[in-house]
Design a protein around this ligand. Sequence first.
Ligand SMILES: Cc1cc2nc3c(=O)[nH]c(=O)nc-3n(C[C@H](O)[C@H](O)[C@H](O)COP(=O)(O)OP(=O)(O)OC[C@H]3O[C@@H](n4cnc5c(N)ncnc54)[C@H](O)[C@@H]3O)c2cc1C
Ligand SMILES: *[C@@H]1O[C@H](CO)[C@@H](O)[C@H](O)[C@H]1NC(C)=O
Ligand SMILES: *[C@@H]1O[C@H](CO)[C@@H](O)[C@H](O)[C@H]1NC(C)=O
Ligand SMILES: *[C@@H]1O[C@H](CO)[C@@H](O)[C@H](O)[C@H]1NC(C)=O
Ligand SMILES: *[C@@H]1O[C@H](CO)[C@@H](O)[C@H](O)[C@H]1NC(C)=O
Ligand SMILES: *[C@@H]1O[C@H](CO)[C@@H](O)[C@H](O)[C@H]1NC(C)=O
Length: 476
Amino acid sequence: MLSLVTSIFGVLAAVPLVSAVPPSNVLMKDVVIVGGGAAGAYAAVRLRDDFGKRIALIEKQDILGGMVDSYVDPKTGIPYNYGVMSFLEAGNATGFFQRFGVAIGPTSSVSVTTNYIDFETGELVDFQLPPMADQMAAMANFLRIVEPWEHLTQPSYSNFPTPDAIPEDLLLTFGEFITKYGLEDAVPLMFQTTGLGLGNMTEETTLFVLQGFGASMARAFLGKQGQFAVASGRNQDLYDAIGKHLAGDVFYSSTVVDSQRTDFGVTLTVQNHKTNETTRIHARRLLLAIEPTAANMAPFDLDSDEQTILSKFTYTNEYTGLVNNAAFATNQSYFNLPATAAPSNYLALPNPSFTARIDYIGGDNLFRVTIIGNDTLDSAGAKRLVQEEFNTLLQAGRLTTTSDGEPLNWVAFSAHGPMHARVSVADVKDGFLQKLYALQGGRSTWWTGGAFSVNFQTILWEFDEILFPELLQGLN
Ligand SMILES: Cc1cc2nc3c(=O)[nH]c(=O)nc-3n(C[C@H](O)[C@H](O)[C@H](O)COP(=O)(O)OP(=O)(O)OC[C@H]3O[C@@H](n4cnc5c(N)ncnc54)[C@H](O)[C@@H]3O)c2cc1C
Ligand SMILES: *[C@@H]1O[C@H](CO)[C@@H](O)[C@H](O)[C@H]1NC(C)=O
Ligand SMILES: *[C@@H]1O[C@H](CO)[C@@H](O)[C@H](O)[C@H]1NC(C)=O
Ligand SMILES: *[C@@H]1O[C@H](CO)[C@@H](O)[C@H](O)[C@H]1NC(C)=O
Ligand SMILES: *[C@@H]1O[C@H](CO)[C@@H](O)[C@H](O)[C@H]1NC(C)=O
Ligand SMILES: *[C@@H]1O[C@H](CO)[C@@H](O)[C@H](O)[C@H]1NC(C)=O
């Protein structure tokens, strides 16, 4: 009896006690990628299939694609996009769709009538858009001014000038910049498409507004740069095809719970939140393709340099969803502007948190809702905000019924969370962007995604392309 106990302890003692929860699997990889959205999924494909590396891709959701949200109406089977609407032609973007056999086509939209309303009061805003010719003329002027700076920030900040050589205009607030060049007539198109992601665009720094609406979007409006969507109407098809192709190299519903990062490689403990199963992954390189927020970075044991730099970022929080209450009228779009925007004050924009717009998209009375939150707005807060605004619109008689206390009927909801990472002018002048890029490669860690580049899918793919040669150096 005694000898049996001794031998059990003998066996146990031979197992190194590295973790309280022993992982069920141990894997050796060349590159482990965290985040399976635009930047991460693209990198996984290229690094594995075209550079022949052993990879693992860690994704917290149960699908790839991040901000690409598609909903399929269960009654009709018709798909609707409510996250990413279109892909800009950039680099070999169309080739990337081709390799997965995903057919592309023009972006589609439904014809709607826009109602401008102050969502805080429910009052109509008598807002007049400039004539289309004036909007396009202002857009062309805008492009002429900003295009020479494009290479400073896109697809990467690696050409960004040292503090003494930063073009002054990039550090103005966007309101000052627009006024300086008389570009007011271009603002409605900027704000109503992608600019709204920054919140009150007028008070944000021009440099970062141009990352949300810059030369590429201006070219797209002027017909000088192509854009496309997935032909099926379901943009998620691309990322589903990537997921199928990468198969067992993707860890879904998983996050990193512990890590060690050194100059010689990384070890990550990855946990699946559905099964609780853990996997230990040893890799020679780590590619982080998630927003570098404090919450996301907690398991990565940041050093004080990384901590100091990344904690300077501020974000807006974005949420999108679909609602189908009959109170919303078919073929209408409800757009939120402050009363001061009337009749043609194009620089008057709402402050976060706000619902930017509620747009008819078709189907069974489906309306897409776009919410721009401040630093702290979470999903529950976003839904509460839209409910309050819905009550206000109902009470003010802006919708087809005036019922009180009607709950919004969410048929889909997606938390995009922190986006449009930016820092203060003082930080930019203090060489923030150079310090940010100096993090690349430290402790075998590389960084991609919106905060390190720009918030467009295909431009992030180009940013990844720039990283590959450096990340792959010394791996063979
Ligand atoms: C409403 C909306 C509409 C947009 N429309 C367009 C458009 O029409 N065209 C366009 O080009 N761009 C569009 N964008 C912007 C574009 O989608 C983003 O710039 C792009 O997705 C950013 O890519 P990313 O890889 O940095 O992040 P994401 O694509 O968000 O990918 C990050 C991934 O990491 C996962 N993740 C997050 N945290 C963790 C964690 N801790 N551990 C593991 N996984 C994690 C997420 O689930 C996600 O899959 C839109 C964005 C929004 C919000
Ligand atoms: C573009 O992508 C296609 C499909 O993957 C590929 O065959 C082609 O070689 C690529 N072209 C360039 C210039 O990289
Ligand atoms: C995973 O762990 C949590 C917390 O310990 C527990 O509540 C849950 O039941 C576990 N799930 C499974 C599938 O084991
Ligand atoms: C948006 O920012 C501008 C510039 O700072 C400011 O004048 C305006 O009042 C802000 N909008 C709101 C609704 O506060
Ligand atoms: C952020 O937005 C929410 C919702 O509108 C609001 O309740 C909160 O006070 C805001 N926080 C800050 C710091 O402005
Ligand atoms: C209303 O929307 C539908 C799509 O659901 C579209 O087919 C139709 O043309 C639109 N009607 C008008 C008057 O614009």
